[in-house]
Design a binder for this molecule. Structure first.
Ligand code: ADP
Length: 332
């Protein structure tokens, strides 16, 4: 209905409930014939009030005259009040979602453009650093090396931003889904970190079941989740060990990644999964980071209907516990 035109709705929009006990007698109706033809004999119209004024009306029709009492009018007004709050919340939520999506699309576009010049410059510096175009003296070599490392960090940042924006912009919907063995992913990630862990003098232990732990999803996404957790554990541990334990519990795969590293201060724990957040003790060590890894992990884990939890003590170590629903359970 076009509320702006009908006089009864105009009255309702001013903030009160309007009752038309007998539609055939009421002069406020613009098309009484049409109303009668619909079999409507009585009308109740109540405003939908938001914080910024009336946003519409809620109407009830009756097939016989004098059908509605004051109690009915109060009841309709109560429904309208609940309805207005729900409509306002839904609109605000939609607005936020749109803004978030637009922001992510912007980030994706910009980072995409940044990726190739960074890649090319890295290759050029590599050629320079390896002396293919002439030997460098110590000072030159040091400068090239520093430039290379700064650019590598920029490359990680771009990759992380792209991943984060991809999740938000629902690009993941196009990811290749199928049955993936989480056990295989865990083994691969573990192999990837054997050398870096060994170089730091850390023991890297992995205890996986013989079974596949099949997950319905995309291999590179699952790799991203496990890779982030294991790389953090290795990165933030100076001595001791990193353990990866996987097992099946009912319809879930549970992966526990624990380390004997620097730990996470208690006040940092609630912030950990926020984009760009890095705890103070992490910033103080030599290793660089973007603060985006765990935000990406959380985003992905939620998309898989999984959970991620963290327990930690400063200077003692950290344990991340991940659960993901198994494909068997989904199709059971
Ligand atoms: P970053 O690029 O800084 O590693 P992440 O999002 O992966 O970003 O992690 C966010 C922060 O969480 C880190 O900066 C660090 O403070 C903390 N953190 C994550 N994993 C560990 C860990 N295994 N041990 C100690 N701190 C960790």
């Amino acid at each position: 209905i076009e509320v702006a035109r009908a006089p009864i709705d105009q009255e309702a929009l001013s903030g009160k409930t309007v009752l038309i006990p007998d539609a055939s007698q009421d002069t406020r109706l613009r098309y009484p014939d049409k109303v009668a033809a619909e079999g409507i004999r009585t009308i109740l119209s109540t405003p939908l009030l938001s914080k910024r004024g009336a946003i519409g009306v809620l109407r009830a029709y009756g097939g016989s005259a004098h059908r509605f009492s004051q109690d009915d009018a109060d009841f309709l007004a109560a429904i309208a009040a609940e309805g207005s709050v729900a409509i306002e919340n839904a609109r605000a939520y939609q607005l936020l979602e749109n803004l978030d999506r637009e922001k992510s699309q912007f980030v994706r576009m910009v980072t995409h453009e940044l990726r190739s010049p960074v890649q090319v410059t890295l290759s050029l510096l590599n050629v320079l650093g390896r002396g293919y175009v002439g030997a460098l003296n110590e000072k030159q070599s040091d400068l090239v090396d520093r430039a290379y490392r700064r650019l590598r960090f920029l490359q990680t940042l771009i990759d992380d931003l792209l991943d984060l924006a991809a999740g938000k912009a629902d690009v993941l919907a196009t990811a290749e889904r199928g049955l993936v063995s989480l056990t295989d992913v865990l083994r691969e990630v573990n192999e990837r970190y054997e050398a870096p862990a060994h170089d730091k003098g850390l023991a890297l232990r992995c205890k996986c079941p013989k079974s596949d732990l099949p997950i319905w999803g995309d291999r590179s996404e699952l790799d991203r989740i496990i890779n982030n957790l294991v790389s953090n554990a290795v990165k933030y541990t100076q001595e001791g060990e990193v353990r990866v334990l996987a097992e099946q519990i009912d319809g879930f795969a549970r992966v526990v990644v624990s380390d004997t590293g620097i730990g996470i201060p208690e006040d940092a724990l609630p912030e950990l999964f926020q984009e760009f957040y890095r705890a103070q003790n992490a910033k103080e060590i030599k290793e660089t980071g973007t603060g985006l890894g765990l935000a990406i992990v959380k985003d992905l884990v939620e998309r898989y209907d999984g959970t991620i939890e963290v327990e930690s003590k400063v200077s003692e170590g950290t344990t991340f516990t991940l659960t993901l629903p198994l494909a068997d359970a989904l199709f059971a």
